[in-house]
Design a protein around this ligand. Structure first.
Ligand code: 3AM
Length: 185
């Protein structure tokens, strides 16, 4: 099973983020746009995991959720990974994500490292809205231009749960199915 931990987002937040990203969709580039129902904040991508490991991953999700409070994130920034000159992943993120989200992610990551999963370089909470499929768009610089057309925004989202999500790849995009969800404290 291909699994990851994430924060799911309320439907109205996903709809707002989809609207905020609208100018990007005018880009003349091959981009796979993420469907708004799939918008989420990835905490940790696990990759292919043996079904026999799922019980331990569920126990860990419950353990982490019991230790951290609900919080709020304010999405206020649009950007690209690795950067706007080489846009591969188009995202909406937060310049002021609460420390508790970083602490939760670090705690999860620490436990997963003990279980043999590889550590990320660093955690940058974001919602991926599109994946650029052709490299040459980087040279055109059009995403920087389109982003500059987006009016300042502040989209508040309550972070209330952690979810262990299964991702099934299909030609029409990933299909995400929650395996388990835990309410934060
Ligand atoms: O939410 P984002 O887009 O940041 O890009 C994938 C997505 O993250 C990421 O895991 C999330 C759910 O699919 N992902 C997919 N394959 C990956 C890999 N091999 C990966 N992250 C790291 N390494």
């Amino acid at each position: 099973m291909r699994l990851f931990y994430c924060f799911e987002l309320p439907q109205e937040v996903r709809a707002q983020l989809y609207e905020i990203a609208r100018p990007l969709r005018q880009a003349e580039a091959r981009v796979t746009w993420v469907r708004p129902e799939n918008f989420h904040v990835t905490l940790k991508f696990l990759g292919e995991v043996e079904p026999s490991a799922v019980d331990a991953l569920k126990a860990l999700g419950a353990q982490i959720a019991a230790k951290f409070p609900k919080s709020e994130i304010t999405f206020d920034t649009v950007g690209a990974f690795p950067d706007l000159r080489r846009p591969r992943v188009l995202w909406i993120g937060s310049q002021q994500a609460p420390q508790v989200l970083f602490d939760l992610q670090a705690s999860l990551e620490r436990e997963l490292t003990k279980m043999g999963f590889e550590a990320e370089r660093h955690f940058a909470p974001h919602v991926t809205v599109g994946r650029v499929k052709d490299e040459h768009t980087a040279r055109v610089g059009q995403f920087a231009r389109l982003i500059s057309q987006i009016a300042p925004f502040a989209c508040h989202a309550q972070i209330t749960h952690i979810t262990l999500m299964e991702s099934q790849l299909s030609p029409s995009g990933a299909i995400y199915t929650p395996v388990a969800t835990w309410e934060l404290t």
